[in-house]
Design a protein around this ligand. Structure first.
Ligand code: NIG
Ligand code: FE
Length: 421
């Protein structure tokens, strides 16, 4: 469709996120030193045809090759692949600002959770909302994500915690996915907390997740991944292993909320079950770091959460990268511990608080986010053939996106070649 074919000219910088070796290697997470090259091009143009990246290179050559494509000039901007936010809880009912205030007065997040607030508060709330209401509430949040440069998002269930409530959440996610333009990947997080009706009977609830919920979720084709909150006081690594093994038997990929606040063996479990990602890792062990470095499991860091709940300690991003792990960044967008849709801010935290370089932060927020969702068609990059999910930032140096923190530098977004912001 030539009408949407476009040549993007005069951008100050273009980040292709291609691999330094020219991209000839199989797709997969970028680890260790592979996280540094961002494929920085200056004075080059980007050709988008039929929703895909058709060429990157010398402007005159691209114009000669695609004379019918419409030319757009983006001087003063940096062009980059859209963010892949690979970990969110974007479907929920009401916001939980009261917990924000409680923490300021000294409460701790896991105490709030143990006292029936936190996740349980969102569960009570969500159980009273129908599918239409869930869709209506979530749609504007996805729009905010898009406006901040996210073009693919993962959304978890996990505020339902009963078969019917979880299925309703996943159906709402499916509807949002079909609406577009944001691309949505669904994850079943039935084991997010033990619901009140199973209080004191955790093992029975794990049985319900394994025997009742996973088969129905898989049968309905309602999720691509299954996730478990492995944390002292929530679910054990053994619970997680049972759930994720069952999930794999039903064709679902695995993800783990691993060692978020305290060590619970989550990273080790993620590697053992071949999970696509181990997420959070605020309290990951040395063994966990080694195991991740030697695996295909992406270490997805969510610095917004530890920042927002007031922790001084962040996940050991520098050590993970240096050990050779593949690090991704995501928002963990949720009403309790990370109420933000802004991936640019995650990059700022990664650089300012976790010792990642601006280049590593870009790789983590794009190509490695795609790897954490097991996307293998060039998502999170602008290499030839990749989906044309492109963002323009109103800065002249890509490092400014993370550096000038807390602001939205995104001024245009193309999803599959179509301008959506
Ligand atoms: O990733 N850790 C568990 N889940 C979320 C918190 C969700 C909530 O507080 O509602 C997290 O931090
Ligand atoms: Fe989370």
């Amino acid at each position: 469709m030539a009408g949407s074919d476009v040549l993007i000219l005069e951008a100050d910088q273009l980040l292709t996120l291609e691999r330094a070796d020219g991209g000839g290697r199989p797709a997969g997470p970028r680890r260790g030193a592979e996280m540094s090259p961002v494929g920085l091009r200056t004075g080059e143009a980007l050709a988008i045809l039929d929703g895909r990246v058709a060429g990157v290179g010398e402007p005159g050559a691209l114009r000669a090759r695609w004379p019918a494509a419409r030319a757009e000039r983006w001087a003063g901007c940096v062009l980059a692949p859209g963010f892949v936010d690979s970990h969110t809880h974007a479907i929920f009912g009401r916001w939980r600002v009261e917990e924000f205030e409680l923490r300021a007065r000294g409460a701790d997040t896991m105490q709030i959770h143990a006292a029936g607030g936190g996740i349980a508060a969102s569960v009570r709330d969500l159980r009273g909302l129908c599918e239409d209401e869930l869709v209506e509430r979530t749609r504007p949040r996805l729009r905010r994500m898009l406006e901040h440069g996210t073009t693919t998002v993962e959304i978890k269930s996990g505020y339902g915690l009963s078969l019917e409530d979880e299925l309703r959440m996943l159906r709402a996610i499916r509807r949002l996915a079909s609406e577009g333009p944001l691309e949505v990947v669904a994850t079943f997080l039935g084991a997010h907390a033990v619901p009140p009706e199973f209080a004191g009977r955790r093992a029975d609830f794990v049985n319900a997740v394994v025997e009742e919920m996973i088969p129905r979720v898989a049968e309905g084709g309602l999720a691509e991944f299954c996730d478990v909150f492995v944390e002292p006081g929530v679910f054990t690594a053994e619970d997680g292993e049972r759930i994720l093994t069952a999930a794999r038997g039903h064709g679902l990929g695995a993800k783990v909320h691993a060692d978020e606040f305290e060590w619970g063996g989550g990273a080790e479990l993620a590697v053992r079950v071949g999970a696509a990602s181990a997420d959070h890792l605020g309290a990951v062990s040395d063994e966990g770091i080694e195991a991740l470095a030697a695996s295909q499991t992406v270490a997805t860091l969510l610095p917004g959460t530890l920042f927002f709940v007031g922790k001084q300690r962040f996940a050991p991003a520098r050590r993970l990268v240096e050990a050779g792990a593949a690090v991704a960044l995501a928002t963990d967008f949720n009403p309790g511990t990370s109420p933000t849709t802004n991936m640019q801010m995650m990059m700022s935290l990664a650089v300012a608080r976790m010792g990642m370089t601006p280049a590593e932060a870009f790789v983590a927020a794009t190509a490695n986010g795609a790897a954490a969702l097991r996307r293998v068609a060039g998502e999170g990059t602008l290499v030839v053939g990749a989906p044309a999910d492109v963002v323009a930032f109103a800065v002249s140096d890509y490092r400014h996106v993370a550096y000038r923190y807390g602001e939205n530098h995104c001024v245009a977004v193309w999803k599959r070649g179509v301008r959506v912001v």
